[in-house]
Design a protein around this ligand. Structure first.
Ligand code: C2E
Ligand code: CA
Ligand code: CA
Ligand code: CA
Length: 276
């Protein structure tokens, strides 16, 4: 509509975009078949005791030529193409297996958090699939935590139904990136969830932006009234940690303690503690 030249440029762009997408899709399919993924683990620290009380499992793609690829490069494409379903199943199984292995090695049992994608959350028989993985790996359901985002709760009836099923299984559920998406405080109290994860974008500026500080302290106070646990994401400085401690946040996760690390590095921290 803008004229011939624009149309041609548009067409050329679209073609290269679709070739890249096809290439990425083929490479991802191969990665799934050959299990080219690895999990990294980021400790979640109890702010009172300084102890590791959980870990979040975060996927990386161990590409044969490109090396470790961040999830930011492939998760949203995987979600769009549906490939997130087999990838997500791999993550779930690998995380449960690893957590069970840590327990067998004698580390104190702690929950492992796994990010659930929208497609997984809307998958048929999610409860059955998770229960199957728990049985196969022998992990007690109380040591699995599933992270969902606010956007997955927009269909309130579906969310309540699915969350009740997960609750029946005995796993924990947290709301990730809390504050960045759709959230109805009215429904929040009706959802059978255990924990809110305050998004990193609010934590980042708590020392400089009074609005962010107010948002964070308000979320913490709210979780106390709703009987939910709360963890702050993206804690990078001692000042942020101190602020969160003063405002009675339960747990923290962030570079101040540790970035996501491989299993062996995490075992070292479990043995010797996290030293900021
Ligand atoms: P997320 O679930 O919000 O995970 C937290 C991200 O913040 C991680 O990035 C982590 O490395 C990063 N992070 C942690 N602490 C800090 C900090 O102090 N400062 C800063 N700047 N960043 C910090 P990562 O591992 O690159 O993952 C990015 C996103 O990819 C995740 O965000 C999640 O949405 C998605 N993702 C990762 N693994 C999976 C997975 O297995 N399944 C699904 N569906 N999504 C995943
Ligand atoms: Ca997460
Ligand atoms: Ca998050
Ligand atoms: Ca996120």
């Amino acid at each position: 509509e803008k004229g011939r030249n624009d149309f041609q440029i548009f067409n050329a762009d679209m073609k290269s975009v679709s070739i890249n997408r096809l290439k990425l899709e083929n490479e991802l399919r191969r990665a799934i078949a050959l299990e080219e993924f690895v999990l990294f683990y980021q400790p979640q620290v109890d702010i009172e005791t300084g102890r590791i009380v959980g870990v979040e499992a975060l996927i990386r793609w161990n590409h044969p030529e490109k090396g470790l690829i961040s999830p930011n490069y492939f998760i949203s494409f995987a979600e769009e193409s549906g490939l997130i379903v087999p990838i997500g199943e791999w993550v779930l199984r690998a995380a449960c297996k690893q957590n069970k292995a840590w327990q067998n090695q004698g580390f104190s049992p702690m929950p492992i958090s796994v990010n659930l994608s929208m497609r997984q959350f809307f998958q048929h028989n999610l409860k059955g699939k998770i229960s199957h993985v728990l049985e196969q790996t022998g992990l007690d359901p109380q040591y699995l935590e599933l992270e969902i985002t606010e956007s997955m709760t927009m269909d309130v009836d579906h969310a309540i139904q699915s969350l009740l099923e997960l609750k029946e299984l005995g796993v924990h559920v947290s709301i990730d990136d809390f504050g960045t998406g759709y959230s109805s405080l009215y429904y929040l109290k009706k959802f059978p969830i255990d924990k809110l994860k305050i998004d990193r974008s609010f934590v980042r500026d708590i020392m400089v932006d009074p609005n962010d500080a107010a948002i964070v302290t308000t979320i913490i106070a709210m979780t106390r009234h709703l009987n939910l646990k709360v963890i702050a994401e993206g804690v990078e400085t001692e000042e942020q940690l101190h602020f969160l401690h003063q405002n009675r946040c339960n747990e923290v996760q962030g570079y101040w303690f540790s970035p996501p690390v491989n299993a062996v590095q995490l075992e070292n921290m479990l043995s010797h503690g996290v030293h900021a």
